[in-house]
Design a protein around this ligand. Sequence first.
Ligand SMILES: [Zn+2]
Ligand SMILES: [Zn+2]
Length: 275
Amino acid sequence: MKCKFCERDATHCHYLLWKEKPLKGNHRIMQQDHPELFQNLCALCHAKVHNTEPKKSELKQYILLRERAISAKNIIDAQIRGLGGVELLVPDFWLEESKRWEQQKLGCTKKLEHLLKEKDSELIKYLKGIKGISVVSVAYILAYLPVKDEIHVGLVHPKKLRAYWGLDPTHMKRRKGMSKEEVKKCGLGVMKKQLLGIIADNLVMKQKKYSGTPQGKYYDVYKSDKERRLKLHPELKKIHIEKQARRRMIEVFVNDLFYIAKKEQNGGEKNTGEA
Ligand SMILES: [Zn+2]
Ligand SMILES: [Zn+2]
């Protein structure tokens, strides 16, 4: 299907009343019932309509599709394992389905790699140079980095960026029945998961052997923080101290990339024409 405004393939079904009556629930069913309320658009034209930076919007699109593929595969794999428990043969169809979602995920990863290759920036160079940071993690960071016109977050202070990404220790847990303001203070769950989960794991694992060298910088932050806490609070559970040390490491990591991104946003504007 082609985009309504240009020759590219349509990837988004844009909801025309997005400003007045935001969509709730399922896009597809809505489009089937009310085709007049939707336009099929490519990622670039869609970003234009919403006034967002197209590259970021494309990154987000493939991040989301990749996450969906991972959860679809997890569900099927759990079903397959379940059949083993009742001594039933696993139908070929399910095995193929699992493979299909794996392929889907790999396709999205490739697409993210490609999008990042096209974009050349100090921040990308810095991130790619860190041991333990995967291309997918770079994509998350770029996609969810606030831009200048997002005034409510912006790159004002590292503390604000940490809060935006869900690392504010005073607003960590999301509960049911929270007000909109409270939810905002919890930050972006998707970044919190990426930072404290995948990125923290990778930094600790992959940088261990570089401990004591510049390439082991973040591991060393984690290690010394952990040692300090163990001495200070021997009564605390190990798992608690482990979590806090990882959090400290991620804070330092986010602070570092805050300053690089800020410098780039202030200085790089004229050169690239990007906001
Ligand atoms: Zn288009
Ligand atoms: Zn839209």
